[in-house]
Design a protein around this ligand. Structure first.
Ligand SMILES: Cc1cc2nc3c(=O)[nH]c(=O)nc-3n(C[C@H](O)[C@H](O)[C@H](O)COP(=O)(O)OP(=O)(O)OC[C@H]3O[C@@H](n4cnc5c(N)ncnc54)[C@H](O)[C@@H]3O)c2cc1C
Length: 292
């Protein structure tokens, strides 16, 4: 299939891009890596009248560290994150999540901003960013906004970005070097979207008790899910096998993942519980080694 006809703009600055978005509003779509938008256009499931291609805006492709915080420009490719030794060392959960995204060809083109703006509940990056309490920098002619993960992700393929807004950067807070992390998922074939998964970040005190923990679930609902009850149970206690089992059971209480031909709701709930248990076990193992 070929896409429906559209006009095309190739802005060279963020200011020019937001000017175009202000002028054309929901008539146009931002084109980033094109890995989700172009197939949708080819199937005519999306028919934007105009594309604002942001690939020519150099400033959006930068990776910066400022005051210990990681700033990923919206056009940073998945492959840039995957290949960065600095990110692997200081924000290992991001690295561990991104290697699950599709195949290397997709990661070479796909962008971090595109993954967020597309808001697929089975996408790894939004799930990892939820676990990391990331912030999202958004700009329009009306001014800047900074959103938390639970403010930007609304539902399946839906964010709170207005048609005239551009996601410009993702900000990830500094990670404690003794934190243990794990990203675990299950898909029928390598590179497919996952049926379920879990992102865990856990820090242990010297006496072995949990001083901080984040558990986020993938493909568990219409947007990334933070397993708050599991986190509450783990915080302040010893994290042994029994505690991990209890927390994993608590993580899936009240979840309503989609039931479809790939798996029933019951199957997916069980899968999410197992993924949480595996991710917690792996992350605790790493955190124990680092705390020693
Ligand atoms: C075969 C295949 C397998 C895949 N497997 C996976 C997978 O396992 N996991 C996964 O997470 N993804 C997967 N993807 C999707 C891939 O990660 C995409 O790259 C990603 O979802 C979208 O990023 P993009 O840069 O390509 O965005 P685009 O396709 O260019 O855009 C996606 C949407 O976001 C909007 N947008 C993009 N950037 C901005 C911005 N800065 N501000 C505002 N709006 C913006 C666009 O207008 C569009 O609506 C797969 C894709 C393919 C083709």
């Amino acid at each position: 299939m070929k896409p429906a006809p559209f006009d095309y703009d190739d802005p060279r600055s963020v200011d020019e891009a937001i000017g175009l978005l202000a002028r054309y509003g929901d008539e146009c779509k931002v084109l980033a890596g094109g890995q989700s938008l172009v197939p949708l256009m080819n199937f005519r499931l999306a028919r934007p009248g105009r594309l604002v291609d942001i690939n020519g805006i150099e400033s959006l492709g930068q990776v910066k560290v400022e005051n210990g915080r990681l700033l990923l420009g919206a056009m940073v490719r998945h492959a840039q994150v995957e290949r960065s030794n600095d990110i692997a060392a200081r924000w290992p959960l991001l690295h561990d999540a991104i290697v699950w995204v599709g195949h290397s060809q997709i990661r070479n083109r796909g962008t971090v901003g595109g993954s967020v703006a597309h808001a697929d509940p089975a996408a790894e990056l939004p799930c990892a960013l939820a676990a990391l309490d990331a912030k999202f920098h958004v700009l329009s002619r009306r001014g800047p906004r900074v959103l938390r993960w639970d403010q930007i992700f609304v539902s399946e393929f839906t964010t709170s970005l207005a048609p005239d807004e551009l996601l410009t950067a993702i900000e990830v807070p500094p990670q404690d070097p003794s934190t243990g992390v794990a990203f675990v998922e299950f898909a029928r074939r390598h590179g497919d979207f996952a049926l379920g998964g879990a992102a865990v970040s856990i820090t242990l005190a010297r006496n072995g008790t949990c001083s901080d923990v984040a558990v986020a679930l993938l493909s568990a609902g219409p947007r990334p899910v933070r397993a708050e009850e599991a986190e509450r149970r783990l915080k302040g206690g010893q994290v042994d096998e029994a505690a991990i089992k209890q927390a994993s059971a608590a993580a899936v209480q009240g979840l309503h993942p989609t039931s479809d031909l790939h798996g029933s709701r019951e199957y997916r709930v069980k899968l999410l519980q197992v993924m949480t248990e595996r991710a917690l076990t792996k992350a605790v193992h790493l955190a124990t080694r680092r705390a020693a």
